[in-house]
Ligand binder design. Structure first.
Ligand code: ATP
Ligand code: MG
Length: 194
């Protein structure tokens, strides 16, 4: 594969759409000389989002233990908050909050192509938790959400965007959301491809 052909998958999440940030997010991707090669707004079904996020024990447990840590750190009793202190049980609940959040408004999905597309897009987006994300990143510039508030309110952290974490995850997510014969549009970007 040519270095300019690396691809990644990005979704503007419900809060990104409802805050009117679709254009801002696309602008930041394009100004970095990355090329959008597929783009669509759509309403996901619950099942589509359910299959998008991993279901394996390790992933669900990790979600649960992060939330348990947040409760411990800020002095909330998990039994009072969610009725259990079991990592797996809490993980399942958080995963449910995530599915509710992701199906609460339309999403915008896109395929982005360019040099180190996966890593550069993650950099543009910033780390998972907006309250600790650096300014200059999408999450650090347009949100202050934090697990201390989200977990207290029994909802997922709202962080504006999803972006694939690895090239393997990107391949899988592109195929999952756009299909094998994907709607990729070939064109030459001025200053990038010629
Ligand atoms: P994404 O996969 O959506 O790009 P990410 O890779 O930065 O985000 P993950 O750890 O994969 O983060 O978690 C998936 C999503 O679950 C997060 O984007 C966030 O919306 C939500 N989330 C993650 N950790 C927590 C938590 N401790 N409490 C509530 N919601 C969480
Ligand atoms: Mg992730």
């Amino acid at each position: 594969m040519h270095p300019k052909e690396e691809r990644t998958y990005l979704m503007v999440k419900p809060d990104g759409v409802r805050k009117g940030l679709i254009g801002e997010i696309i602008k930041r991707i394009e100004q970095r000389d990355l090329k959008i090669v597929a783009l669509e707004m759509f309403k996901p079904t619950y099942d589509q989002i359910d299959s998008h996020y991993p279901k394996d024990e390790a992933w669900v447990k990790r979600l649960g233990s992060k939330t348990l840590n947040t409760y411990n750190k800020y002095g909330f009793d998990p039994m009072t908050e969610v009725g259990t202190s079991d990592e797996m049980e809490i993980g399942k609940k958080v995963r449910g909050w995530l599915l509710d959040y992701m199906t609460s408004a339309p999403l915008v999905k896109m395929i982005i192509q360019g040099i180190h597309a996966v890593d550069v897009v993650r950099k543009i987006v910033g780390p998972t938790m907006p309250a600790t994300a650096e300014m200059g990143t999408v999450r650090g510039d347009f949100s202050i959400d934090s697990p201390v508030l989200a977990n207290k309110e029994k909802r997922a952290v709202m962080n504006l965007v999803h972006a694939s974490e690895t090239p393997e995850e990107a391949l899988h997510e592109i195929e999952y959301w756009f299909g094998k014969t994907s709607a990729v549009c070939e064109y030459k970007r001025f200053g990038v491809d010629e």
